[in-house]
Design a binder for this molecule. Structure first.
Ligand code: BGC
Length: 733
């Protein structure tokens, strides 16, 4: 995000004309407040949802009928800088008040959680990252930007780029997985897709990279929990995606709920001022997470709301999401001198700059014709991209005896409540999907011409109907069991202490297997699951995540062999929950896990991941040979011969890893350095070439300084983080 001199001058002139109240108004974000319309108080409604007295669906219906206050008077008075609404006509209405009825006519920046698509819902991020396809990451973000703008939203609270290695944390679903390099590439592509098409103000939005920082490391995978880590770990694992996003020009950042080494990110001056604004060079602004300024009181770091607001402002938090603390207290604090006017001016300058860059002063409204166009239905090319993204995101985890793809003419018994469900295909944080756009797995199979009978039998919640399962087994030649998690089982506030298949689904699988018929499982879930039992007993497992509105088409195409799965895991899967956090790039220990007792292992579970990062099968086979590594000036040139040794076309994700064998700090056993998607016909081979700049072979120390240290390096290339060819090379930088 860059402003030209005229735009900068415009911001300064505007700032000079603003009263202190108007400035603080810009720092205040509102969302519609619920003011009634139901029979019980709102707080009780939330409790009813939490303790299960009403379902998520019922809650949604009640909310849709609730009376809402959109704060029109506050907008008119210049007390609101940003709103969070997704109805395009309502957004035009609110924007009109800001532009035509407030004293200075400053448009609102309207933000929303468009995390993996708006009406076109793409796979959840952890799934999309399995495609290892930067071009796809960019395209889906670009489409999300256009759809957001068409609904009056110019600020997407995405991408979520928290590195996450503990799958007990429900929010692993929202981000690109465990690896800092994949996370950084994902971040860059998302920023380009969201921000870079400046051909029309209706084609781009401001990205909001979140959650800054290290939220994914919340202790024991429990949401909102504390985070403690070394500077080096922070700089090498959790910061890189944010650094990449800033290099790509991300306009805004959302701070995380957690504390980092004792200081909540919301009031963490080092994180916000020193690292984010100075070192990483954020040009736009930082917003708090919802209610997070007030939560500093509960953290025990602020005496009261006023104190929390002062600390946040001084730390460099530019906008308050949802508490009104800035609105209610900052003016008096500026007048008292606790908060210098320069702090307020800096925040407002940043916020206005983003509004100017977005073109909101020239084009604040959504044209009615565009709203009507979306009301007519989802454009065909949007649905097609949803399907392509879904197809690329599936990961084939097991396929004994080539059970998959199914043969045409086989009678399929489709089992599991999730298989005929359009509410679940989109997963967490999908709020604008329409049932008529969604394709369930059952519908996908029928439309693809499969001979399929459906037996719900049960799902992640509730009872299992074993008699129906027996019927399914009697009637089908092959059983496809769709099992996993509901959309509400991952995402925010959805941490779990047991990440094996929920409910009676394992018992259902056991019953199906007892029939002796072949059983393929399709997993529909928002996090890596602990699949030790399933991997041992089921002949075939297709990881299909929550793939978005065209999930059913994509899964049917993979099951029937019209699509050859090519995804590779963006996160490692454990055998049992107790292995969490489990990730491929862990620091070397003095006693690497092995069969012998006094090593880094468990007595009752494997020490390694069941399915590691980068792993994924295909309906064809790939062979790697002839790995060569040589120095070429400032870079290493790495080549390998990749051959499709099977009988059908397929795409392989070739992965380059590195290990710094001896360094001044303990380094990971392997680190991903590059990857390439390679499409090969049967019997076809290609020389895959990677160029690894030597400057990328270093690491950050505990002062946050980047170090390149001479010595021995191992370079690995292969089709997963576990199975690779290896060459050693000694480097002097
Ligand atoms: C979440 C954010 C989200 C915000 C606004 C918070 O609870 O942590 O990721 O952007 O709400 O909806």
């Amino acid at each position: 995000m860059k402003l030209n001199d005229t735009q900068k001058a415009f911001v300064e002139e505007l700032l000079a004309r603003m009263t202190l109240e108007e400035k603080i108004g810009q720092m205040n974000q509102e969302s519609p407040s619920i003011v009634g319309g139901f029979d019980v108080p709102f707080s009780e409604l939330i409790e009813m949802l939490t303790d299960g007295r009403i379902s998520q669906e019922e809650f949604g219906r009640i909310m849709a009928n609730a009376k809402q206050d959109y704060h029109e008077d506050d907008i008119r008075a210049g007390r609101v800088g940003s709103m969070m609404v997704n109805d395009p006509r309502k957004n035009n209405e609110l924007q009109k008040i800001a532009v035509e009825e407030s004293r200075l006519g400053i448009p609102l920046i309207i933000g929303f959680d468009v995390i993996h698509g708006f009406r076109s819902v793409f796979p959840i991020a952890i799934a999309e990252a399995c495609s290892f396809d930067d071009a796809l990451f960019e395209k889906t973000a670009h489409m999300a930007a256009a759809e957001s703008r068409a609904h009056g939203i110019s600020w997407n609270f995405a991408p979520m780029i928290d590195a996450a290695r503990d799958s007990r944390w429900g929010r692993v679903s929202e981000g690109p997985g465990e690896d800092p390099l994949l996370g950084s590439r994902f971040a860059r592509a998302k920023i380009r897709g969201l921000q870079n098409d400046r051909s029309s103000p209706l084609r781009y939005v401001a990205a909001c990279t979140k959650h800054y920082a290290a939220y994914g490391a919340c202790e024991s995978g429990r949401d909102y929990n504390t985070v403690s880590m070394s500077v080096s770990n922070f700089y090498n694992v959790y910061l890189p995606a944010f650094r990449a996003a800033m290099d790509e020009g991300a306009a805004t950042v959302m701070a995380a709920f957690n504390d980092l080494n004792g200081v909540p990110c919301t009031v963490n001056r080092w994180l916000l001022r020193e690292v984010l604004k100075k070192e990483l060079g954020l040009e736009g602004f930082v917003v708090s997470d919802a209610n997070a300024i007030r939560e500093c009181v509960a953290h025990g770091i602020a005496a009261d709301d006023r104190d929390a607001g002062v600390q946040a402002a001084l730390a460099g938090m530019d906008m308050d999401m949802g508490t009104h603390i800035y609105r209610d207290y900052l003016k008096a604090e500026v007048e008292k001198g606790t908060v210098p006017m320069a702090v307020i001016d800096e925040a407002v300058r940043r916020i206005l700059s983003v509004k100017v860059w977005l073109g909101l002063f020239e084009d604040p409204y959504v044209p009615e014709a565009l709203i009507e166009a979306y009301e007519k239905g989802l454009p065909e090319e949007h649905a097609a991209l949803c399907r392509k993204a879904a197809e690329e995101s599936m990961v084939l985890l097991k396929n004994e005896g080539n059970l998959l793809p199914l043969r045409r003419g086989q009678k399929i018994s489709l089992v599991g409540r999730l298989a005929d469900n359009v509410n679940e295909v989109c997963g967490a944080w999908a709020m604008a999907w329409k049932p008529e756009d969604c394709v369930s797995i059952l519908t996908g199979l029928k439309e693809a011409g499969a001979e399929v009978s459906y037996f719900p039998c049960g799902g992640p919640e509730g009872e299992i109907d074993f008699e129906e399962a027996d019927r399914a087994c009697r009637e089908g030649d092959v059983i496809v069991a769709v099992v996993g998690e509901t959309d509400a089982m991952s995402g925010e506030a959805s941490s779990k202490a047991d990440i094996s298949l929920p409910g009676g689904q394992r018992a259902l699988l056991e019953r199906l297997l007892q029939s002796g018929k072949p059983v393929a499982a399709v997993l529909m879930n928002g996090r890596p699951l602990a699949l030790g039992w399933e991997a041992e007993h089921l002949p075939a497992i297709l990881e299909a995540w929550h793939l978005g509105i065209r999930m059913g088409d994509a899964v049917a195409a993979a099951l029937l062999g019209d699509v050859n799965p090519s995804g590779k895991l963006s996160s490692s899967f454990p055998s049992v929950t107790g292995q969490c956090p489990v990730y491929y790039n862990h620091p070397s220990t003095g006693r690497p896990g092995s069969r012998s007792k006094f090593t880094s292992r468990y007595l009752d579970a494997p020490w390694e991941a069941l399915f590691p990062f980068g792993y994924g099968l295909s309906y064809t086979d790939f062979a790697y040979e002839d790995l060569r590594v040589c120095e070429n000036g400032d870079a290493l040139e790495i080549t390998v011969r990749l051959k499709n040794t099977g009988e059908r076309e397929g795409t392989e994700v070739a992965q380059l890893y590195m290990q710094d064998v001896s360094a001044s700090l303990v380094r990971p056993v392997k680190e991903l350095k590059d990857y390439r998607r390679v499409r090969l016909g049967p019997g076809e081979a290609e020389e895959v070439r990677f160029t690894l700049p030597k400057k990328d072979m270093g690491f950050y120390d505990n002062e946050g300084k980047y170090r390149l240290e001479d010595g021995l390096f191992r370079l690995y290339v292969g089709g997963s983080s576990r199975s690779c060819l290896m060459q050693e090379i000694r480097i002097a930088f």
